[in-house]
Design a protein around this ligand. Structure first.
Ligand code: HEM
Length: 468
């Protein structure tokens, strides 16, 4: 006999909409998990198509949800609002059966593979050095706006590595029009709609006009970059050339311009906020844990010394790897992903963890909770302890204990890119500076757009001897 999923009772018309109206939605969902347990249900009003979401918070439930035969990716409301009509990029495609997703996946998987990413190292180093020089020039009294600078870094890096385009964010005060439009779209897509908005505009709560303008700006700029590359071809081994020149191994076809543009926009969006958040959280956690900070810096000093950080060094950074893993365990910067029943799943009574679910139910994996499951991580699951993520212990974890890059065939295609970039930047920063928090009593606070980042975080960087 299947059990009924618990959850807050909700109200007429708005359902549970106001139960998750936390400024940081992920924290609102987490508080509900405290009250209702590792699986609970929320219902949303007809204005949103009348659907329900089931939220899960344990490793055991995530393991079941990761079964690709039974469940698949469902596009979340926030992601859905970012796109418009026309083809969907890899990220937003609602089905693996979509021929556009299939083509882009087959063409891009090799372009995102570890070997291709190694070829991007020098360009990553170029942008990271711009940030290091800026911090050195500004000196130890400068209050570094950590998340802003890491966002400049990750955005410039993905734009240069993916399509040979320089935003030059470290050389200007204001933001490039693409960046302004993207921030505005991400903010609008994440804002909870007002009640008036819900009644007035059935699907987006009144944000459609702003989103529409932002999408046009982003698509026009990306389209221009694609056009220029077609007019002035290069041999550069980047993602843009992979899409322009690459033939789908299944159909032999090349990708049409419209699909290339939408995928470029996907990479610029998916490829920077998450990594910027990862770096910001990693340094916050290190600065709050001096023993871990010292061990990380000592590892860089031992392996690299005062010379140039090279790609060969990265695989030797066992502790830095553990720091990044532990950071994404506690603060998974893409904090949730949604799944639903596979269309071909013909279970007579669909279920999850012995609970009945509906065919249209979206199931949200709440990663900050799953990653702190005391059954797997013990009573100190909330503490930052990189040692538990060193290779030997990491490889012994249950399969679904750490899923910051999603799961299955729709897992993050950019993982090797993000990892190489984050390791390089950590190593360069630790090698070049001694860091301190602007406010030594800073307690981690979160801000959320589609991803999460530390809020109001500032630090100072004092150049070390022999800075490179
Ligand atoms: C998918 C996380 C970096 C491009 C995903 C998903 C997650 C994720 C959780 C699955 C989303 C879902 O199931 O709905 C992260 C994290 C990153 C990161 C935590 C950094 C720390 C990147 C980078 C790129 C990228 C650097 C591009 C250069 C993508 C794309 C997809 C994706 C295109 C969709 C793949 C598909 O559906 O076929 N990412 N990501 N990500 N990510 Fe990342």
């Amino acid at each position: 006999m299947l059990k009924l999923i618990p959850g807050p009772p909700g109200y007429p018309i708005v359902g549970n909409l106001f139960d998750v109206r936390d400024e940081v939605p992920i924290q609102g969902l987490s508080s509900l998990a405290d009250k209702y347990g590792p699986i609970y249900k929320l219902s949303f009003p007809n204005a949103f198509g009348g659907y329900e979401i089931v939220v899960i918070s344990s490793v055991q439930l995530l393991e079941e949800l990761s079964d690709e035969k039974r469940f698949h990716k469902v596009v979340s409301a926030g992601l859905d609002q970012l796109g418009g009509d026309g083809p969907q990029g890899l990220f937003r495609s609602s089905s693996e059966a979509d021929p556009d997703w299939g083509q882009a996946h087959r063409v891009l998987v090799p372009a995102f593979g570890p070997l291709s990413i190694v070829d991007m190292f020098d360009e990553m180093h170029d942008i990271a050095t711009q940030m290091i020089l800026k911090w050195a020039r500004k000196g130890p009294d400068h209050r570094i706006p950590v998340t802003e600078d890491f966002t400049r870094l990750t955005l410039d890096t993905i734009a240069l590595c993916a399509m040979g385009y320089r935003f030059n964010s470290f050389y200007q005060e204001g933001m490039h029009p693409y960046v302004k439009a993207m921030i505005s779209a991400l903010t609008a897509a994440n804002e909870p709609p007002s009640l008036f908005g819900i009644l007035w505009n059935r699907t987006t709560g009144g944000k459609e006009k702003q989103l529409q303008e932002d999408r046009i700006t982003m698509n026009t700029i990306a389209n221009d970059v694609v056009r220029q590359r077609r007019e002035h071809p290069t041999d550069k081994k980047d993602l843009l050339n992979a899409m322009i020149k690459g033939k789908d191994p299944k159909t032999g076809e090349t990708m049409r311009t419209e699909l290339i543009t939408v995928n470029m926009v996907s990479f610029l969006t998916a490829g920077h906020e998450t990594t910027s958040g990862l770096l910001s959280f990693a340094f916050t956690l290190l600065l709050k844990n001096p023993a871990a900070y010292e061990r990380a810096q000592a590892e860089v000093d031992t392996i690299v010394g005062q010379g140039r950080v090279k790609v060969e060094h990265l695989k030797q950074f066992e502790y830095l790897n553990a720091v990044l893993r532990e950071t994404l365990r506690l603060q998974p910067t893409a904090p949730a992903f949604s799944r639903g029943l596979q269309p071909g799943n013909d279970e007579a009574a669909p279920s999850l963890g012995g609970y009945a679910i509906n065919r249209r139910t979206k199931i949200l994996a709440l990663l900050p909770r799953c990653h702190r499951d005391p059954e797997v991580y013990g009573a100190d699951a909330h503490e930052f302890k990189p040692e538990r993520m060193l290779d030997a212990s990491f490889s012994r974890l249950p399969r679904s204990a750490w899923k910051p890059f999603g799961t299955g065939v729709r897992a993050c295609i950019g993982r090797p890119f993000a990892w190489q970039e984050a390791l390089l930047v950590m190593a360069l920063v630790l090698q070049s500076f001694d860091l301190r928090l602007d406010d030594p009593s800073y307690e981690l606070r979160i801000k959320q757009t589609l991803t999460i980042k530390p809020r109001d975080l500032y630090m100072h960087a004092s150049p070390r001897n022999g800075m490179n």
